[in-house]
Design a protein around this ligand. Sequence first.
Ligand code: AMP
Ligand code: ZN
Length: 485
Amino acid sequence: MYLYNSLTHRKEEFISIRPRKVSMYTCGPTVYHYAHIGNLRTYIMEDVLQKYIEYCGQKVERVMNITDVGHLTSDGDTGDDKMLKGAKRENKTVMEIAEFYTNAFFKDCEKLNIKKTDTVVPATSCISDFIKVISSLIENDHAYIAGGNVYFDTSKPEKYYVFGDVSGEDLAVGVRDGVEEDCNKRNKADFALWFTKSKFDDQELKWDSPWGVGYPGWHIECSCISMKYLGEYLDIHCGGIDNIFPHHTNEIAQSEAYLGHKWCNFWFHVHHLNTASGKMSKSKGEFLTVSLLEERGYDPLVYRYFCLLSHYRKSLVFTWENLDNAVVSYNKLVDKIVPLIDAQGKVDDYDFKRLKKLFTDSLDNDLNTSMAITAIHEVLRSDADPATRLALIKDFDRVLGIGIVEAAEKIFHKDDAEPVPDEVMALVRERAEARKIRSYALADKLRLQIESMGYEVRETRKGTEVKKIEPRIVRMRDEKKQEDK
Ligand code: AMP
Ligand code: ZN
């Protein structure tokens, strides 16, 4: 598999450090609010990556943190703690907020077919690990104490701006623009590893440390949790593109300063979901959640499908119209699978391998999910027998997780369960007679009458088919507009 590595800015062949075992670390959510569908785009694409690696026969050990302390509203170590902000907003304690939104996050993940990582680690459960690493960084002269806080000295690593996406000059421009400067820092890019009460007196959660009672910075948590659970060498680190700087840049600086060697080989970054007014973000306060999609009648898996139609390295614009287009395309795909559901017979090995290659070639090429969906269409169009086509689609959906076979099964079995009423069948027969004598105008009239009774009639290769018109997976935009009025 070839994967784009943000560190080298190239597609590289993905080879794990240990044979057949891949370690993967994911920056988890900051649990001060619901995850928005932008955050979830990132988790959907990371889920596809994990599932594809597993599909190819490797075991994936994946760890995710839960940021329940230390993430400030500004990445420049200034502003409020986001968790505290959430607690104040809802008049609850920080721990109550963390528990509520952590559960809400995993409920959303379940609805989107995102597999929960084997290990989920709240930052507040690892304070002693952070203290151990920070102490060692002070000892080896990569960190210093100033004004009651502990800072990482970014002038110490041989190369601090490892991703090359941001430079020291960019930061200097930010400062000229009036960003408040922390005068404790030796260098502009230095970042806090540990805050003491001297800086934020209203912080609710504080712990004792060799530097005073306080709390950890955000960046140190991911380094420590990753090293604790996945060891000194990491295969893949994931996150949204906004995490490249400063979060992942700082993670690399401190982890490698602590370990004394290279830490992580591959950096997988998912580009943003944007709205017409820019990046969807929790702090802006206006964002869409999975529950909101459901309230509007959308199946969450259609949102997953919508995400997979675009490459993860392209920003994706969310509009209701774009989502509706995805719905139409999803429904068409499911409709094509329905006739395969009762396919009998043996799977043809040759055809299976030949068509599977279209799918693996797509994902091997930097996880090209939209081409992987095209591969499903190729299977449906192919001359392979129905049992082989169905087996292939089931196999692909182990990775894509869009639930197309289950959706098709539901439609298929519903037809079985409910016989078509006699009065509808009488009209169907009348229509068939009309067609026989080429009275097409009458046949059309009868078809419309059948439709008005909630049934559709189609000519297929097997003969005339009558089935109940399913309520679509979502209502269309126009219907919603009517409703809004
Ligand atoms: P947070 O809960 O803010 O810590 O973010 C959780 C994950 O969502 C991180 O990997 C972010 O990089 C990612 N993220 C934040 N905003 C977006 C967005 N608009 N589109 C895609 N991913 C995002
Ligand atoms: Zn992180």
